[in-house]
Design a binder for this molecule. Structure first.
Ligand code: SF4
Length: 393
């Protein structure tokens, strides 16, 4: 029997009965079935989303695990405590008292929907368009004012950028109509992949799609791009109602997409279309064609930026295949006002990637990358007697 990531997480939490610092990582049916874009869910609201960590865990028969931290971390005896406290205070102050992190707390990454739409860079209708006329209704501002229930944070973080919307749904219990509420975490990438890219202009409908994908334990970005390919292939008659087993798959129709998410996650070889869809856009194109609208970069369905060449180059060369490796989408926006040569652009991408690898090695949150500039990083390491200079970088 398949089990959702959150049900598995609840069982693990009940079993370990440890209320303190702990994190639970789980996979869903997609991970059990080794779907290449299965994700690993962390504490219900965060995900190792991209490139199939859920399938890796599934292949090892790991349904979930908990990490418990109940011991203090002792510093080395030669730690420079005075410097350590000073650097710690500086980092804390930059994090909580400057504007560096404010946007992540207030609207979260969903703040990017309207600016990217204004730049005509918001992927819409399977990337065929870059402007969504209903963007206002799915913006970070709309979610925050109409649907936001609460913000939560990763352990120990003072920011709290995880935005949880409350989805209230009516359900029938016996003969009595009742309401139940679910907290659904949302982000820019999910809103693009399940909103504008599918032409869904209703915020609650996006939450329904996120929740359906959450239950299956699939990467929401890849799933959204797969759904968009299916809708375009259906629109162009590349796939027929026989292929879809009678399902309609149309842009802008949330119920169409809700009907097929579970079919993709649990498809067997007999369900040829959904089974192929469970392998990703590359597999769909290989089997059915539609190469010119099969959106993938180096076989991976991309994050939500139609900003320009550097976003694409960044996806291509990024060490983890992630938009966060070097933020080409950000460079595209910077060069709008200050053009540079292609060589300068690629150098800039590579420098960004190298520095992010340094930061990733220190396990910082990449949202806080503005806090950890070179000088702060060197001083933080120095307080632990790890001596580095900018020349080491
Ligand atoms: S650690 Fe990063 S992702 Fe987690 S709440 Fe803080 S800012 Fe957000």
């Amino acid at each position: 029997m398949y089990m959702s990531p959150n049900t598995t997480g609840r069982i693990i939490r009940e079993k370990i009965g440890h209320p303190g610092n702990r994190s639970v990582v789980t996979i869903g049916p997609a991970g059990e079935r080794l779907i290449p874009y299965a994700c690993a869910t962390v504490d219900r609201t965060r995900h190792f989303g991209r490139t199939g960590l859920g399938a890796v865990l599934g292949s090892k028969n790991v349904k979930g695990f908990a990490i418990i931290g109940d011991q203090p971390i002792s510093l080395e005896s030669n730690t420079n405590y005075k410097q350590y406290r000073r650097v710690f205070r500086e980092i804390y102050k930059k994090t909580t008292e400057t504007n560096l992190m404010a946007k992540y707390h207030v609207l979260g990454t969903a703040a990017g929907i309207l600016p990217l739409n204004a730049l005509k860079s918001l992927p819409t209708k399977n990337f065929a368009e870059s402007y969504f006329e209903e963007a206002e209704n799915i913006s970070g501002e709309y979610f925050a004012s109409e649907l936001l229930g609460k913000r939560v944070a990763c352990g120990g973080c003072p920011i709290g950028c995880i935005h949880l919307a409350i989805l209230r749904e009516r359900w029938e219990k016996g003969t009595v109509a009742d309401i139940h509420s679910i907290a659904v975490s949302y982000d820019y990438e999910l809103i693009y992949a399940l909103g504008s890219n599918l032409k869904i202009g209703n915020a609650k409908d996006i939450l329904k799609l996120i929740e359906a994908i959450e239950k299956e334990g699939m990467d929401a970005i890849s799933t959204g791009v797969v759904l968009a390919w299916l809708a375009e292939a259906y629109e162009r008659n590349l796939i027929s109602p026989k292929d879809t087993e009678g399902e309609l798959i149309r842009f802008g129709r949330v119920d169409d997409f809700l009907s097929i998410i579970g079919k993709i996650s649990k498809a067997t070889e007999e369900s040829e279309l959904y089974y192929t869809a469970s392998k990703g856009v590359e597999a769909l194109v290989e089997k059915y064609g539609g190469n010119d609208f099969g959106i993938r970069v180096a076989k991976l369905e991309p994050a939500g930026y139609r900003t320009g060449y550097y976003a694409i180059m960044g996806f291509l060369v990024g060490g983890r295949h992630s938009h966060l490796d070097n933020a080409g989408y950000s460079l595209d926006q910077k060069v709008l006002n200050k053009p540079i040569t292609f060589e300068q652009g690629m150098n800039s991408l590579m420098n960004e990637e190298e520095w992010r690898n340094v930061l990733n090695s220190m396990v910082i949150c990449l949202f806080a990358r503005g806090v950890y500039d070179m000088n702060t990083t060197i001083q933080a390491l120095e307080s632990l007697k790890i001596n580095r200079t900018d020349e080491d970088y």
